[in-house]
Design a protein. Structure first.
Length: 613
């Protein structure tokens, strides 16, 4: 019989009537044969039935040949488990809710873990991207060349690395941080703030991104004589240009300079940094007119560029790291004076380039929440163990109440392995229902966690394929864990004692008590670990709340404002405008004093000026 026929026999049956008809035919034929040999009809009938043996056994053997027995048994186990759950709604609800809490917590935290730490950039072959620095800091340093590991590079050093036969398919540079500008479309009134990211002309080809509309930046756009052009983000294109494909060629005024829009990035592309996408990408050689400050492009002692490389096919990160370090040290020796001081020679020898995995980009959230998320994963795993112990105790109690049923099934010929499979099916069904409820709850929990962690970064923390695979694995493991207690009980059940209700109850009660004690001890131990950890966390949080920074941070109000660059191009004009604002603020009722600063004290920002010897 073919596979389709056996599947039909497994799920639909329908061959018992054929079997009965064939059995009657063969028994009747054998009976007639015995009658012709001289036996009475009654004796002939009995002899024919003895000749064919147990009809029930033959029927079972025939069913095995016409179906997939293991699959059919699994279906029977599943239907029986469903009937038990419906028959005991209170028990089912408590068990499913308990598991939903444990599995849902694991799903939610893993969703966040996957979105923040494991997701890759939406670019071509992200595994071949390497970063020359994983730092999320931004800014510029001037003065002597960096020592030790190089995180920032000057235009001169970048050009030299780019010209060497290194094992990179391409090597791109980006401004170490985006620039905020005043932007408006030509022909429209009212400027708004916009974020511009200066990058090299080969940035998009290095990242592995093509334009959704128009074109991306090209190396020719870096030339000093090239007309200023810009690529806009999908968000800016939809909000300001109304998703008009004919908007390519329009002019945007950025800090007083006209840029022609030549392309639009794909919808899911946000750059090499995992955060809100910049509004514009422009050639890094236009840094002076974008930032309205002296040029870093021609300043060889200004270290302001971060580098991104795409490895050639077959090249390894370690190989590229060694080659780039050798080139860097050779460049530093070539540009040093003829007589290099010993300390400078030592600094050159210690200068190095370290390459980091660039498939996930540069993420401040990853750096900030990597360790806490790993701790949370361990915590929710302990919560799941507690939930499994709780449900295991519930199942063990129910198994004790079902001891007569289990004993009868064993007496009727059910194997202990078959019985254990039935009990594990019941536990796996409970785990599956708890997993479904946990996934539904996790969607809301993930949304709430993302609102706390980040409101602007493009973090895709959803219940997707990898998260569902994780949840299924957790569900199966949980089902097996809390299903072990009743399965072990069934394996060691005393058949005679189980058939005698009172004696069986005493025996089962003592046996169940031993297993339950073990589960309770495990619950208390894990709960104690979680309780101590939570207490230490709360204590640390309270200590941070009471910490003194040495500043009076009492009635202090901070307000951020932005000076449009195309209206205040001259530094003196901007300074006079800020001083005028401060004078007006100081005379407001309740204001004791006011000051202006480009960063808030203890606000997380910083600036490091260059230091020369």
């Amino acid at each position: 019989m073919g596979i389709l026929g056996r599947l039909r026999g497994t799920f639909f049956g329908g061959r018992d009537d054929v079997f009965d008809e064939e059995m009657r035919f063969h028994v009747d034929a054998r009976t007639d044969e015995y009658v012709r040999r001289g036996m009475t009809p009654e004796d002939a009938r009995r002899a024919a039935l003895r000749r064919f043996g147990s009809a029930t056994l033959v029927r079972e053997q025939t069913r095995d040949a016409d179906s997939f027995r293991a699959l059919a048994d699994a279906g029977c186990d599943f239907r029986y488990a469903m009937r038990l759950l419906v028959k005991n709604p209170g028990f089912s609800a408590i068990a499913i809710l308990t598991l939903a809490i444990g599995i849902g917590a694991n799903t939610a935290i893993f969703s966040l873990f996957n979105g923040l730490l494991l997701n890759r950039l939406p670019v071509r072959a992200p595994e071949r991207l390497v970063l020359f620095s994983p730092n999320v800091g931004e800014g510029t340093s001037t003065g002597s060349p960096p020592t030790g590991r190089w995180d920032l590079f000057s235009t001169e050093v970048y050009a030299h690395l780019r010209s060497q036969p290194l094992p990179f398919e391409s090597l791109a540079a980006v401004r170490s941080g985006p620039s905020t500008v005043s932007a408006r479309l030509a022909g429209e009134q009212g400027a708004e703030r916009a974020v511009v990211h200066p990058v090299s002309g080969n940035y998009f080809s290095t990242m592995g991104v093509s334009a959704a509309v128009g074109r991306t930046l090209q190396p020719d756009d870096e030339r000093p004589a090239a007309a200023p052009v810009a690529v806009v983000s999908d968000g800016y294109w939809r909000q300001k240009l109304h998703a008009d494909r004919t908007a390519i060629g329009r002019v945007a005024i950025l800090n007083g300079t006209a840029f022609t829009i030549v392309g639009v990035t794909p919808r899911d592309f946000f750059g090499e940094r995992v955060r809100r996408s910049p509004d514009f990408w422009v050639a890094y050689t236009l840094q002076p007119i974008i930032e309205l400050r002296p040029s870093f492009v021609t300043q060889n002692d200004a270290y302001w560029l971060s580098l991104i490389g795409r490895l050639r096919d077959g090249a390894t990160r370690a190989e590229a790291e060694r080659a780039a370090t050798t080139v860097l040290q050779g460049f530093l020796r070539a540009t040093a004076s003829a007589e290099v001081a010993s300390d400078r020679a030592r600094a050159i020898q210690e200068s190095r380039i370290e390459l980091f995995d660039g498939s996930g980009g540069v993420s401040g959230l990853r750096a900030q929440y990597s360790e806490p998320l790993k701790v949370l994963l361990a915590v929710v795993a302990l919560v799941l163990l507690i939930a499994c112990a709780n449900v295991g105790n519930l199942l063990l109690t129910r198994a004790a109440a079902r001891q007569r049923e289990i004993s009868v099934r064993l007496a009727l010929g059910a194997g202990r392995g078959r019985l254990i499979r039935q009990l594990l099916t019941e536990s796996l069904l409970l785990a599956a229902l708890g997993g479904i409820a946990g996934v539904l709850a996790a969607r809301w929990v993930v949304a709430a966690l993302l609102a706390l962690v980040s409101r602007t970064a493009p973090v895709q923390a959803t219940v997707d394929g990898p998260v569902l695979a994780f949840t299924i694995a957790v569900t199966v493991i949980a089902g097996l864990l809390f299903g072990l207690a009743p399965a072990l009980y069934a394996r060691r059940l005393d058949l005679v004692g189980g058939l005698k209700s009172r004696i069986g109850a005493d025996t089962v009660g003592r046996r169940r008590l031993g297993v339950a004690e073990t589960l309770v001890v495990a619950q208390i131990a894990v709960s104690l670990v979680l309780l101590v950890g939570a207490s230490l966390f709360i204590r640390s949080f309270l200590n941070l709340q009471d910490a003194r920074a040495g500043l009076d941070m009492g009635p202090l109000l901070t307000v951020r404002f932005y000076m449009p660059g195309d209206q205040y191009l001259a530094p003196d004009a901007m300074t006079r405008r800020v001083e005028d604002i401060m004078r007006r603020v100081e005379v407001l009722p309740g204001v004791v004093s006011a000051f202006a600063s480009n960063m808030v004290p203890l606000g997380g920002g910083g600036s490091v000026p260059g230091i020369r010897k």
